[in-house]
Design a protein around this ligand. Structure first.
Ligand SMILES: Cc1cc2nc3c(=O)[nH]c(=O)nc-3n(C[C@H](O)[C@H](O)[C@H](O)COP(=O)(O)O)c2cc1C
Length: 307
């Protein structure tokens, strides 16, 4: 059909694809490179803030490293982020390096289609009601999509304190493997942010891909606290040590004891240690990747399963 042929020229790819992936994802490797050295940071880098766009890792890679994302099946380079050292955080005997994203590019689309698709996406962002566009420059949103070449798992975060309870989705999360720490980057305007800083305890439910609709619905709790745990549309079970209501149907429930929090631009960057880890079920977890990554895989007849 001529319409299928013309579509890529007039319509942007979606910025994000929601996909169903067996955790932990094994499709993409992230390699940090600096001064002739390298380190596998697939499970040792995470987004620390959106504005400015910053990446955290427990590898100290000097002043100007880069992260390369490559496809594990073919070894092909999918995209690169160029970084500039901003600061470091010392806590619990570990040192976490924070890098600003200084530039980057991807190779998921043909060279001609890359700038055209980015232009179409930026135009759609300007016209639409887009949370990222309100916060970030278009170039930063494009760089954020590159960071999502490593598919990012989605969890629900449970927060509880006297007079305050909440549960909301997050994907700016991840292990910083070498340090043994785990990070969460939460918009500082989130209604539970002060409670998390105070209570220093959360439960993390790894969400099955089949629960995508309910996960997205709970995004409203970034702004409004939950009135009552009984109002949730799914059963909960208490987390092991902190007794926080977590998702009974979760693939895995972990508890994070927060050891450090600090404001980093638009976000609060939390670091913690796992206090418990319960593997409850096998199955695919809801993940996000860049729309151009899913388009790349679709063209090669191996798309991720859509959630
Ligand atoms: C699946 C999913 C994951 C999200 N992950 C995060 C996150 O890691 N950190 C965060 O601050 N907000 C996260 N959000 C919240 C949204 O990006 C957005 O900030 C929220 O819906 C409030 O919108 P606002 O920008 O209009 O305030 C997530 C939302 C969804 C649906």
């Amino acid at each position: 059909m001529w319409k299928d042929w013309i579509r890529p020229f007039v319509r942007p790819l979606p910025q994000w694809s929601t996909i169903a992936v067996d955790p932990p994802q094994k499709a993409v490797t992230a390699t940090l490179r600096w001064d002739g050295q390298w380190a596998d940071v697939t499970r040792d880098h995470t987004v620390a803030s959106l504005k400015p766009l910053a990446i955290a890792t427990s590898v100290d890679a000097g002043e100007h490293p880069s992260i390369e994302y490559s496809d594990n099946a073919t070894g092909k380079l999918l995209g690169v982020l160029r970084l500039a050292k901003a600061t470091s955080i010392a806590t619990e005997g570990a040192s976490i390096a924070i890098y600003r994203v200084a530039g980057g590019g991807h190779r998921c689309l043909s060279w001609a289609r890359r700038p055209w698709n980015a232009w179409l996406q930026n135009r759609a962002m300007r016209r639409g009601n887009n949370a990222h566009h309100d916060l970030m420059e278009p170039a930063s949103v494009q760089q954020l999509m590159i960071a999502y070449l490593c598919p990012r798992p989605v969890i629900l975060v449970s927060v509880g304190a006297p007079g305050h309870q909440n549960i909301f989705p997050m994907d700016l999360i991840g292990p910083l493997e070498r340090s043994g720490l785990f990070s969460l980057a939460l918009r500082s305007t989130n209604v539970s942010e002060p409670v998390m800083r105070n209570m220093r305890k959360v439960a993390l439910s790894s969400m099955p891909a089949t629960m995508k609709a309910v996960v997205y619905k709970l995004s409203e709790h970034h702004k409004q606290a939950l009135q009552d745990w009984n109002l949730l549309p799914f059963p909960t079970r208490p987390s092991r040590e902190f007794d926080l209501p977590a998702v009974a149907a979760a693939l895995r429930i972990r508890e994070l004891a927060i050891v450090h929090s600090e404001t980093m631009g638009s976000h609060t960057f939390f670091l913690g240690r796992m206090a418990s880890d319960e593997a409850l079920a096998e199955g695919t977890q809801l993940h996000h990747t860049a729309g151009f990554h899913q388009a790349y895989r679709r063209r090669r007849d191996r798309p991720f399963a859509e959630a």
